[in-house]
Write a protein that binds this ligand. Structure first.
Ligand SMILES: [Cu+2]
Length: 484
């Protein structure tokens, strides 16, 4: 094995476990259960390269504890959702239905899709018993992205209640690599969340923290104390930090190394060997874990800091290894049309003083513009130095971008691929190259959901000088209240 990184890379002084309101995870008093694997969403219809899906946000209940079931929300199911599979080159016709008793939106986090309506940010409300139809053609490489609600200021509570689901994009190149691909067997999503309960129920208001809500117990793919039976020598884990605020500092109980093959927007140009990996909110990492050296009956657990939350029980299998090519993937390298920074955005503050460029979000204000299909350099700064500061995860809708530098230095070894969310350390400026290939108005914001809901968010319009567009931008009040 080549170089194995033993580092979380991020600035320790910014870790969430130094925050005033931080508390570590606890073990719930429940029996172990097999890790839930979300079902794969079935198409309503397939017509050549046209695929039809229906996704319904709905209320449900989940037997998390003994006694009274927990009221939870999900997409087409009781909690979380069904995994949406998309194939590059195909066209998807998606009916988005709302069976909740309040307004929601369906945001495609990580998808290159037109904004602001198809993208599913706050300008795309779906009211109770209403629906919205969108159509898009997937023109980006294989990746693990996700779907979650985005009706700010209610995003954090709706995610807390259970709405979030993995979206898996596949393409021909990835299929040619023969990576583990038996869904639920050696290719699994791992949605990392944390929740607290009161008499078995979620209570967002009681759990709320303005600086990002933490939960007492881990909830992994909606399972409280999960165990996964390993029946293949190499597993592909699609790790997704779906938490409102918690950072996951991942490592195995025995510091077993693993191979990161993908980041937010797809395969890395080169696989990276690690034994520690930190994910800030909304980030994804696609990793291969080789269990060949373990014996049947062995158990290893995935931990965050020193807390074990996901047990892998080794079954029997024939040892075999995966040979990855080098390069792993040929990335379209973005070339900025100027070396000058075209846009500088600043995240600042903590608690209710969080701001983006000194301002709070206004749905009817366009904060910046960029021409479609041009590659620009942005600088993203976190000036936060209150009490040592905190890491803000910065997310941009409707595109994937590439990193240039962190405070003028090299980016982390696993950041050479496509990204849509980056943790920015206190007193750090991250330089990125960014190109939008879809028109529209898009959000960029901190992905600590409570910061986003407070207003640490702004909007960019992507324009085509040859085809000027006008957008009727809703106010927050319009979004929240259906005009009959
Ligand atoms: Cu933040």
């Amino acid at each position: 094995m080549s170089n194995v990184y033993h580092d979380y890379f991020y600035d320790k002084n910014g870790f969430d476990n130094l925050d005033g309101g931080y508390f570590p995870l606890k073990h719930p008093d429940v029996a172990e259960k097999p890790l839930a694997i979300p079902a794969v969403l079935k198409p309503d219809q397939v017509d050549g390269d046209d695929v039809y899906y229906t996704i319904t946000a709905q209320e449900g209940s989940s037997q998390l504890f003994q006694g009274v079931p927990t009221k939870t929300w999900g997409y087409n199911t009781d909690l979380l959702g069904e995994t949406v599979v998309l194939e590059t080159g195909k066209t998807y016709h998606v009916t988005l239905k709302n069976e909740l008793s309040e307004v929601t939106t369906f945001h495609w986090h990580g998808l290159n899709i037109v904004g602001p309506f198809d993208d599913g940010g706050p300008h795309a409300p779906v009211y109770p018993h209403g629906e919205r139809k969108i159509t898009f053609t997937v023109d980006q490489p294989s990746a693990t992205i996700w779907l979650h609600p985005h009706p700010c200021p209610e995003t954090a509570r709706q995610v807390w209640n259970g709405l979030a689901t993995p979206v898996v994009i596949t393409d021909k190149y990835e299929q040619s690599l023969h990576l583990p691909s038996e869904y639920g067997v050696d290719d699994i999503p791992v949605v990392l969340q944390d929740r607290s309960y009161y008499d078995n129920q979620l209570d967002y208001k009681k759990s709320y923290d303005v600086d990002g809500t933490l939960g007492e117990f881990p909830l992994i793919n909606g399972t409280l104390k999960p165990v996964f039976e390993v029946t293949k020598p190499v597993m592909r884990l699609r790790l997704l930090n779906g938490s409102n605020r918690r950072e996951w500092r991942l490592h195995f109980s025995d510091n077993h190394p693993f191979t990161q093959i993908g980041s937010d927007g797809g395969l890395l140009p080169e696989a990276v060997e690690l034994d520690h990996l930190m994910l800030t909110c909304a980030e994804r990492a696609d990793v291969l874990v080789d269990f060949s050296d373990y014996k049947p009956g062995d158990e290893i657990t995935l931990q965050t800091d020193d807390f074990s939350f996901l047990k892998f029980k080794i079954g029997s299998f024939e040892a075999s290894h995966i040979n990855l090519p080098s390069p792993l993937a040929k990335l379209e390298e973005l070339t900025p049309d100027s070396d000058e920074t075209s846009f500088h955005t600043v995240m600042s503050g903590m608690d209710d003083e969080v701001r983006l460029d000194g301002k709070l979000f206004d749905m009817q204000r366009i904060d910046t513009k960029q021409q479609i299909n041009t590659t620009k350099i942005w600088e993203v700064t976190n000036t936060n130095d209150m009490e040592g500061g905190m890491i803000h995860p910065f997310h941009v809708h409707g595109c994937q971008f590439q990193l240039i530098s962190r405070n003028g230095k090299d980016v982390y070894p696993n950041e050479h691929g496509w990204k849509d969310t980056i943790g920015v350390n206190p007193n750090e400026t991250v330089k990125i190259k960014i190109k939008f290939t879809k028109l529209g108005v898009f959000m960029y914001h901190c992905h600590i959901l409570e910061h986003e809901d407070t207003g640490m968010m702004a909007q960019i319009e992507i324009f085509d000088p040859d085809h000027p567009m006008t957008y009727k931008l809703l106010s927050m009040d319009d979004m929240m209240h259906e005009k009959l």
